[in-house]
Design a protein around this ligand. Structure first.
Ligand SMILES: *Cc1c(COP(=O)(O)O)cnc(C)c1O
Length: 223
């Protein structure tokens, strides 16, 4: 069951900040996606390749599918024909595989680099040094990477009650984005997406400059 009032309120809030609302539909049935689609929602996020592929085949083709989970290289080819934006790129090897599969499909695939901004230990996401290294490696091979576009950064804040901590993590991510935007990517007008904020912290993320929030449970109920 979707929460229509929540969708109306949140999409208005997000639109008024010139940001994009990605409705995170993982584990939820296609009927729920159809219900939000009927209200006008077009951006949907999924975490699992198999689930995304199955749902996309059943749903309207003007849905913009965001892959927001951890993507394994051997699964890129399954979503390459249709995915709109891949949020979780955290290695050059993955970027290279996306470029290869995009090229095979005669498309350019947009991606975000995932940063590790939270205090919690996780294997996913880059620190600032790794980010710079990846961007340098990409730059050195740029001519061969024309089927992929790095459009911005994505991150997840700590799962904590400490709002100051969360706010400072979002601020850090936004500053990293601005640094790249005025530096390495200054001539690329497509660069500038800052994907941060989920059900529990999206307002703080918007305050810190998020341009894309990924919201699941507030719209679809808890998982
Ligand atoms: C599941 C998920 C979300 C949505 O989380 P909610 O708390 O349900 O809004 C956002 N981003 C990522 C990366 C997720 O895996």
């Amino acid at each position: 069951m979707i929460d229509v009032a929540a969708w109306q309120r949140i999409s208005q809030e997000v639109n008024s900040r010139n940001a994009t609302l990605v409705a995170v539909s993982k584990t939820k049935p296609v009927e729920d996606i159809q219900a939000l689609y009927a209200l006008g929602q077009r951006d949907f996020g999924e975490n699992y390749v198999q689930e995304l592929s199955e749902k996309a085949a059943l749903l309207p083709t003007d849905i913009r599918w965001h892959f927001i989970g951890h993507l394994q290289r051997n699964k890129v080819k399954q979503i390459a024909p249709f995915v709109h934006l891949i949020h979780g790129v955290d290695s050059f090897r993955l970027l290279k595989e996306i470029n290869k599969q995009a090229s095979k499909n005669n498309r350019v695939i947009d991606v975000l680099l995932q940063m590790h901004i939270a205090q919690e230990e996780t294997k996913f996401g880059l620190d600032e040094n790794e980010l710079n290294e990846l961007v340098e490696t990409y730059n050195a091979q740029k001519a061969a990477m024309a089927a992929v576009r790095i459009c911005g950064l994505m991150g997840m804040a700590s799962n904590t009650e400490d709002v100051n901590q969360v706010r400072s993590e979002f601020k850090n991510l936004h500053q990293l984005l601005q640094k790249l935007q005025s530096g390495f990517f200054k001539d690329e007008n497509y660069f500038g997406i800052c994907s941060m904020g989920m059900s529990g912290d999206y307002q703080m993320a918007l305050d810190a400059g998020s341009s894309m929030v990924r919201i699941g449970s507030l719209l679809f109920g808890s998982r």
